[in-house]
Design a protein around this ligand. Structure first.
Ligand code: KDG
Length: 309
């Protein structure tokens, strides 16, 4: 029995090391929003599993090794001998990180609804999916929607990160699919940045109203270094940002999602979960790459001054 099952695409990460552009080095790492989130959940002690397809290649093996090391169940991960594992480059410019994808035609983009292990999803506490998984191909979008249907039919809670990537799909389509998915979820984790583009609204309170109005009962709006807004019908709570020495925010939002879910499965309420996830996400920005700097539960608790629990 797993607490959380995530579905989506892992991406091998080449993260620009500091230094000049010529002959620059790239650190090899792991990325892919839902993979990052499930690793974050596992590092917080949640029983976690991942659903995806990998190429039959070294990069695919690299992910299986990662998940096994992290205690993420890989029993339903598909190996697709006819397509590669996707990858991306992260470069660092004056306005933060920039992603360059090499993922078209990847194994995960060929996922289809019939690839889904229904019993595996039906046995989980949460299903976690994202807008990126919907953006990479029509068949992966259908797969996400089919997985949500299986989850809902079996009383499995659904969490969703809008993770808007306009390099992957045009805004009108992103908006239509995202808005149609939100009401199917139990909790959503939009970033303020995504939500501003998707809704055309700038005020966090108005954004929360908008999403609650679509019918989702819990909106956790990620405000980056400014913390988070936890909104439920008739209830708003703010979590303040934490000061850390940020070097790379890649994957911070995903760490937030995984850490938040790990707290819900422990029975904590959404505000406690947001305080914790906010700290985990802040710590994850103190190192390069999406996965390497994700903190463990002990590190998060130490940072919050709570010691081990
Ligand atoms: O949130 C970080 C992810 O965006 C990154 O790891 C890569 O999944 C990725 C994507 O498609 O942008």
């Amino acid at each position: 029995q797993l607490d959380i099952v995530a579905l989506g695409e892992p991406l091998v990460e080449f993260n620009q090391a500091t230094g000049g552009a010529e002959g620059v080095n790239y650190r090899l790492g792991h990325g892919g929003d839902t993979s990052n989130a499930i690793v974050a959940a596992a590092r917080q002690g949640a029983r976690s599993g991942y659903l995806t397809a990998l190429g039959d290649d070294t990069f695919g093996d690299m992910f299986v090794d990662l998940w096994r090391r992290e205690g993420v169940d890989t029993s339903e991960v598909i190996c697709d001998g006819d397509a590669p594992t996707g990858l991306y480059f992260v470069t660092h410019g004056p306005s933060g990180h920039v992603f360059s994808y090499r993922r078209a035609g990847s194994a995960a983009s060929r996922l289809k609804p019939s690839s889904l292990p229904a019993d595996y999803i039906a046995g989980a506490g949460f299903l976690h999916v994202s807008g990126i998984s919907q953006a990479i191909s029509d068949s992966c979008c259908d797969t996400v929607l089919a997985a949500i249907e299986i989850a809902r039919a079996n009383g499995v809670k659904v969490s969703y990160d809008t993770n808007l990537r306009l390099k992957l799909w045009p805004l009108p389509r992103a908006r239509a699919i995202t808005h149609a998915t939100v009401p199917l979820c139990d909790v959503i984790f939009p970033s303020l940045e995504d939500a501003t583009v998707l809704t055309g609204l700038e005020d966090p309170e108005a954004i929360a109203d908008f999403y609650l109005g679509l019918g989702v009962p819990l909106v956790v709006l990620k405000l980056g270094a400014q913390g988070a807004l936890v909104a439920r019908p008739g209830d708003r709570q703010r979590v303040a940002g934490l000061k850390v020495d940020t070097v790379d925010a890649t994957g911070a939002g995903d760490t937030f999602d995984g850490a938040f879910l790990s707290m819900l499965v422990r029975g904590e309420d959404p505000l406690e979960a947001a305080l914790y996830a906010n700290a985990a996400a802040a710590l994850s920005t103190c190192g390069y790459g999406a996965v390497a700097p994700i903190p463990t539960r002990d590190q998060v608790l130490a940072f919050l001054g709570q010691g081990k629990r």
